[in-house]
Design a binder for this molecule. Structure first.
Ligand SMILES: [Fe+2]
Length: 145
């Protein structure tokens, strides 16, 4: 299995492509919404349970910041989900969600990844990836938000 930062980056790319597809392709919106509802909270939950938990002591400020971004994304996702697909507020809400998610992913890839590479050994990064996959499965099973 890849190390955790590669798994996180692959999730980010997948979620970015889902958001692109949601914005650009009206035909597949209902299905992509279901996928987004599973993937985005599951990804954040698994990150918090593994990478964030591991970095909290050594990079408390960065983890506080990232956790608060997760909570903003959860709030925005809940608001977005409550809007019917054909409502005129749907597209602006998607754009808002997308901005939050993209800014958060970019910050993680820039700041948090370098902290992780600084503080964690290669073997720790590989070990964390197993937990990350397990937590994602758990999250999907219990439909966490
Ligand atoms: Fe995140």
């Amino acid at each position: 299995m890849a190390q955790i930062l590669e798994l996180i980056r692959a999730d980010h790319d997948f979620i970015r492509s889902l958001l692109d597809e949601l914005a650009g392709n009206p035909e597949t919106r209902d299905v992509r919404c279901i996928t987004l509802r599973r993937e985005l909270p599951g990804h954040m939950y698994a990150e918090e349970a593994t990478l964030y938990a591991r970095l909290r002591d050594v990079a408390p400020e960065e983890i506080r910041q990232s956790t608060s971004e997760h909570s903003n994304i959860r709030d925005m996702l809940a608001r977005f989900e409550a809007i019917p697909l054909r409502d005129e507020a749907w597209m602006p809400a998607l754009a808002e969600l997308r901005d939050l998610v993209e800014a958060h992913f970019a910050a993680e890839e820039e700041v948090l990844f370098s902290r992780a590479e600084h503080y964690l050994s290669r073997s720790e990064l590989f070990e964390l990836s197993e937990g990350f996959e397990l937590e994602k499965q758990k999250a999907a099973q219990f439909a966490v938000m």
